[in-house]
Design a protein around this ligand. Structure first.
Ligand SMILES: Nc1ncnc2c1ncn2[C@@H]1O[C@H](COP(=O)(O)OP(=O)(O)OP(=O)(O)O)[C@@H](O)[C@H]1O
Ligand SMILES: [Mg+2]
Length: 135
């Protein structure tokens, strides 16, 4: 499925819908692909809002790899700093079991759980983004 958004706000709304969808479907991993500035963190803010997390609490710093919100059963993972993650190196699967995880730079991960929701984001122009979704 392909969806276009024309502003940051629309991307947050899309994220909120996707977050609710993931919760209802029992999807534990939402893998995000897309270059710098594509909108991965903005979409994550929207997804997180469906878990009751405030936007300002989702950081865009790539220095933190895993931000865990245990009270919301939510996890924001940013693999930008890591070259290539092998499942043995960092036990993300532990998080997949206990919470819903959104992963930025998911291409750095060698393996994903079976029912992961994969979202590829492309820049169309300054304010337009296209989201390609696949399970
Ligand atoms: N339709 C849109 N959806 C999302 N963001 C948009 C849109 N139009 C413009 N933007 C802008 O694009 C930028 C997206 O930034 P964001 O931090 O989400 O990117 P990112 O993919 O997480 O990048 P990085 O790889 O550096 O973490 C923001 O500055 C945002 O305001
Ligand atoms: Mg980001």
């Amino acid at each position: 499925m392909r969806i276009f958004t024309y502003s940051e706000e629309e991307t947050k709304i899309l994220g909120k819908m996707l977050g609710s969808f993931a919760q209802k479907q029992g999807i534990k991993v939402i893998a995000l692909y897309g270059e710098m500035g594509a909108g991965k963190t903005i979409l994550t803010k929207g997804i997180a809002s469906s878990f009751g997390i405030e936007e300002k609490d989702i950081a865009s710093s790539s220095f933190v790899i895993v931000s865990h919100y245990p009270e919301a059963d939510f996890c924001h993972i940013d693999l930008y700093r890591l070259d290539n993650v092998k499942n043995e190196d960092i036990d993300l699967w532990e998080y997949f079991e206990v919470c819903t995880c959104v992963i930025e730079w998911a291409q750095r991960l060698s393996d994903l759980p079976e029912n992961a929701l994969k979202i590829k984001i492309d820049l169309v122009d300054e304010t337009t983004r296209v989201f390609e979704m696949e399970i």
